[in-house]
Design a protein around this ligand. Sequence first.
Ligand SMILES: [Fe+2]
Length: 210
Amino acid sequence: MEMQNITAVPRAIYSPSAVPAEQFVDGIRRLSEGLITKQKIYDYLVAYEIRPEDLERYKMWLEDRHTRSKIFRNDMIEVMLICWPIGAVTPLHTHNGQLGWMTMIEGKLKVENYSKSHCNRPENQQVVGMDCLAGATQIEMEHLGNELAVPGGPLNTVDKTQTIHRIRNLAEWNERAVSMHVYSRPIDSCVVFDLDSQRCYRRDLKYDNE
Ligand SMILES: [Fe+2]
């Protein structure tokens, strides 16, 4: 059973105040003008959320994959809504060395955290402006554990030490999921790993609503 892999099942511990999208975005913009830390954005996201009626316009559903809808973006930070159909799963991927925060709006998601223990192109990480050129043909990953993300639960984050994961909306849950993601800086591409074929490559990330 998949569920047995999840070490800690979080309770709802936060109840953010629902505010209009414009107000929420103004707060994010203000924060982006100062020093951005993992804790500062975390504190903001457990205090405020976009009111449900304002999120509707960002929801976009496809049957076979998740969609990414831009809510706000400047040079330092981006906010998007992600809609996960039943059974949606991402490949194993990095976050380009950036910070990321995920809050659950509806449903739940399983986050599988990994760490790269070895690859045969470590020199490809020596590049400016991105985490790695990718291109390895031998990759070893350590599965560190899983997290269950639920509305009101602890935020799932990625940072400079934990940057590789896979996200699943398990088919057995039989429920769509919606999550809001904040990244700083914005992430335009990431490294995707295919462990079966022992390959990794950069993949461009696009919004579905523009
Ligand atoms: Fe991710």
